[in-house]
Design a protein around this ligand. Structure first.
Ligand code: FMN
Length: 164
């Protein structure tokens, strides 16, 4: 079967996901951030997570050199943050609030969960690089609804209000 790249992309996009911002720290202390929906949990013991980075991503060399990253799982009202970190731009971080934990990678407030990680391993993933990280510290907030991504568009959970 010949796989048409456009159709393949559409088929991949039919898997509904949450949305995260992956952050890290450049060697010069520069803040790095990119929107990522390829996040997945991997292992409970040890606690491992993964995400995939397109080899064309400007932040990739700095992310590989950093040795750490943080995953910030966005809430439904953080769509603006997702858009901000999905564009190559020098001032992605202007006016963005954050704190730092164990690794020093930026942790965004108001998320559903954040995972502060040390890079465990990177793997060849074709035109992407697969990052696996070991969770050093985490937070969990059960209250907010998640921001969702499906077929190239943001979406939200259908709440009971919407169903009635
Ligand atoms: C919802 C959403 C999910 C994304 N997921 C990924 C992803 O998993 N991996 C990836 O490499 N780029 C992903 N992107 C694209 C990057 O966020 C975008 O290319 C970003 O500008 C890369 O950072 P850079 O400025 O360092 O190049 C996603 C974009 C959006 C809007």
């Amino acid at each position: 079967m010949t796989i048409d790249p456009r159709e393949l992309r559409n088929a991949f996009g039919s898997f509904a996901t949450g949305v995260t911002v992956v952050t890290s720290l450049g060697a010069d202390g520069a803040l790095l951030g990119m929107t990522v929906n390829s996040f997945s949990s991997v292992s409970l013991d040890p606690p491992l997570v993964l995400f995939n980075v397109d080899r064309r991503t400007l932040s990739l060399p700095a992310l590989e050199a950093a040795g750490c990253f943080a995953i910030n799982v966005l809430s439904a009202d953080q769509e603006e943050l997702s858009n901000r970190f999905a564009r190559p731009s020098g001032d992605k971080w202007s006016g963005v609030d954050y704190e730092t934990w164990e690794t020093g990678c930026p942790i965004l407030p108001g998320t559903l969960a954040s995972f502060d990680c040390r890079t465990w391993h990177t793997y060849d993933g074709g035109d992407h690089v697969i990052f696996v990280g070991e969770v050093q510290q985490m937070s969990l907030n059960a209250d907010p609804d998640p921001l969702l991504f499906f077929r190239g568009k943001y979406d939200r959970l259908a709440t009971k209000d919407h169903e009635s």
